[in-house]
Design a protein around this ligand. Sequence first.
Ligand SMILES: Nc1ncnc2c1ncn2[C@@H]1O[C@H](COP(=O)(O)OP(=O)(O)OP(=O)(O)O)[C@@H](O)[C@H]1O
Ligand SMILES: [Mg+2]
Length: 345
Amino acid sequence: MTPAPRLPDFTKLSVAVLGDPIADHWLFAQPTRLSREAPVMVLRHEREELGAGGAANVARNLRALGAQVSVFGLVGRDAHGRELSILLEKEGIDVAGLATVPGWTTPTKTRVLAAEARRSPHQVLRIDREPREAAPVAERDRVHAAVREALEDFDALVISDYGYGIVSPETALLAEAFRRANRVAVLDPRANVELFRGALTALTPNIGELARFTHVDVSKLDDVTELRKAARSLVERLEPQWLLVTRGNLGMALFGPGDADGIAVEASGDGEVTDVTGAGDTAAAVFALALAARCDPAQAMVLANAAAGVVVMENGAAVCSPNELASALAEAPVAVRLARTERRA
Ligand SMILES: Nc1ncnc2c1ncn2[C@@H]1O[C@H](COP(=O)(O)OP(=O)(O)OP(=O)(O)O)[C@@H](O)[C@H]1O
Ligand SMILES: [Mg+2]
């Protein structure tokens, strides 16, 4: 068991986020009556909000903890792409590496939230807008070249793959360059993990991704022995320095060279979960930042877990401030040997 970590100073660290930015578009409306046209509810539009999802959420989470952040990726030449870029820039994130692609669609998730007076809103519908074509190779390569050019300026690279096409063999070469330069390269994966063999400081799949990458039924991975087996096989195959598995309400488990049996931390917080959207982004961001601050990896996991426990208490993809993280840490679970953990209700 390791004692609770202190909060490092993140303000001197500079992080590059390379990935797929997503626009979280929220539509708030009030239910009025049943439609006569179809068996559906008629809602009255009240307001709209745009939030940062995917790689953009990773960037916001890093920035909220005080780091210097540059985001690299592609957006469409459309309203959501523009708004996303403005939103990030307003928070002090460098968006020069965000390329605008004409004719491409900014990946957008529109969630319709219905709320009656004095009730909390609930989601009634989600509409996804996705690019019809893969990201154009020339743009993708330019984005990678920009990260490579500025490599010396960054302490860490966080790759946030949401499957919209920024990740390519060049991404793995970049990660490798970071790792070789004794900097931090973390991948929050979706697919394409084989590209990253030997290139990563850390890989941060959730339990479903770990199941997919190791061809194991996800329901088996609640069992610690199965989890350990799957984690070891993935570590052997991809050779990251560290494998951080996020386990939803079971917390996290970490596997690495000295810890093939795994160490774990229970989920943090009082169990009052509002919205788990983006918790994985927070986890990857904070784990990478803590490694860049040269925290012990077990402590980095405890920090990431405490921060994720903060954001799940808020609506939408949220961020955690240094103050919130410091107070969460005071009560946060510490790292222990991976053993049977109880699933929370
Ligand atoms: N219900 C919960 N209660 C407490 N903590 C939670 C809960 N769900 C998630 N977390 C915290 O958030 C971390 C990441 O969550 P999870 O494993 O669901 O990631 P994910 O599936 O990648 O999320 P994302 O939706 O961002 O992709 C967990 O390891 C845990 O620390
Ligand atoms: Mg995730």
